[in-house]
Design a binder for this molecule. Structure first.
Ligand code: GLU
Length: 415
């Protein structure tokens, strides 16, 4: 069976929203496609002396609300349609959080796990060499995403700064603290998701200190969700997984131990005393909270009916297909949709941009408080819209986000 196309899914979600909002046909059509996209051929000198050409992309979906914003993903399965979908979701994400930013996304087809640090640095610099004239603090500001790191952002910022002849820290976010990063950026995606979860649990009368959690995906978002579920709520994480498999222990899995095992054996599947499970099994566990923090299209019409969690926190982008959404809604599973649940990352990225412009540095507590305020407001706005239109949380989030983008486009005289 062929994999669902994420861009077709993003367009279908928008089409549903256009119906709810009764959008003008021309405006709707404009929002279904990226404003501009760049296809890059990036030559990289490999350690063995050969030259390899990497295919890269940057899609600037919509900048009605401000400069485009969104990460760069390094992944062997990257496609232009994945990047298009992710750039559309960034547009709705920044809008939903009330940030003065548009949406964009980048990607390179590569397998960073098989590349040396030197090769990765040359790829990062090569990416910027090809795109630097079309990005920048007032145009489009990249950030980390799947398999890209703060160190990579530092190389990209440095390359951009060299090419523009200035210390241009604000050209990219998710940087290490010593070169213009923000306190609280590293766990921002997970932390924002946990703030949204707190609101959802309050609405559904779920006591998170007694709740069980399963977390699919153990990259930046998933691993921090593990420690924060305990730290913020005292909740019990009973299952975790990564691309190589998963582990289940009804007594709970310790976050520090999981980090140690992952570092030693390159997977969390080997936790001592835990039962090995597959990613598919993890999604269907009888837990209160399911955190989907891996990749897109993992909850589909084939398994949605077997999801037992009361709340799904979508820390990944696009983990649920539209058919699955319908099934979950019927089964009263409360989904905190991706561009709400994982918006903490871009929100603290925005704080990083503001601090770079001010040449000032906020404390962790200041960042957390500002993030909490934005996430809570966004969650409550989506919940109110879901009640107003009697639609699921994703459709509700679309109505809020799309309305603001349309408003800006009209006010600017574009449509
Ligand atoms: N890649 C993250 C996302 O999907 C963060 C984007 C950003 O910080 O600009 O939201």
């Amino acid at each position: 069976m062929s994999k669902p196309n994420p861009f077709e899914i993003a367009q279908k979600q928008l089409d549903d929203c256009a119906k709810i909002l009764n959008l003008d046909a021309g405006v709707h059509e404009f929002l279904r496609h990226p404003k501009i996209e760049y296809h890059l051929s990036i030559p990289v000198r490999m350690d063995d002396g050969s030259t390899k050409i990497f295919q890269g992309y940057r899609v600037q979906y919509n900048d009605a609300l401000g400069p485009c914003k969104g990460g760069i993903r390094y992944h062997p399965d990257e496609t232009i349609d994945t990047v298009r979908a992710l750039s559309a979701w960034m547009t709705w994400k920044t809008s939903l959080l009330g940030l003065p930013l548009g949406g964009g996304k980048g990607g390179v087809i590569c397998n960073p796990k098989e590349m040396s640090m030197g090769e990765l640095e040359r790829l990062c610099r090569g990416y910027i060499d090809k795109i630097w004239q079309n990005i920048g603090p007032d145009k489009d500001v990249p950030a980390p995403d799947v398999y890209t790191t703060p160190q990579m952002m530092a190389w990209m910022m440095d390359e951009y700064s060299k090419l523009t002849g200035s210390n241009n820290f604000g050209c990219i976010t998710g940087k290490p603290l010593c070169v213009g990063g923000s306190c609280g950026r590293s766990d921002a995606t997970a932390r924002g998701g946990m703030y949204a979860l707190r609101e959802a649990a309050r609405e559904l009368n779920i006591d998170l200190s007694k709740a069980t959690f399963a977390i699919q995906g153990y990259g930046n978002a998933g691993s921090f969700a593990h420690s924060l579920a305990k730290e913020l709520f005292g909740g019990k994480v009973v299952a975790i997984s990564d691309s190589k498999g998963g582990a289940f222990n009804a007594k709970g899995i310790d976050a520090d131990e999981a980090a140690r095992i992952k570092a030693e054996t390159s997977t969390v599947a080997n936790i001592p005393g835990a039962k090995k499970i597959s990613n598919e099994e993890l999604l269907e566990l009888d837990v209160d909270i399911l955190v989907a923090a891996a990749l897109e299209n993992v909850i589909t019409k084939d398994n949605a009916g077997r999801v037992k969690a009361k709340i799904i926190v979508e820390l990944a982008n696009g983990p649920t297909t539209p058919e699955a959404d319908e099934i979950l809604f019927q089964n009263k599973v409360h989904v905190i949709p991706d561009f709400l649940a994982n918006a903490g990352g871009v929100t603290v990225s925005y704080f990083e941009m503001v601090q770079n412009i001010m040449r000032y540095c906020w404390s962790f507590d200041e960042v957390y408080a500002k993030l909490d305020e934005r996430m809570t407001m966004a969650y409550q706005g989506v919940l109110a819209a879901s009640k107003k239109y009697n639609v699921n949380m994703r459709q509700a989030a679309y109505t809020v986000a799309v309305s603001r983008v349309v408003d800006a486009m009209k006010t600017r005289g574009w449509v």
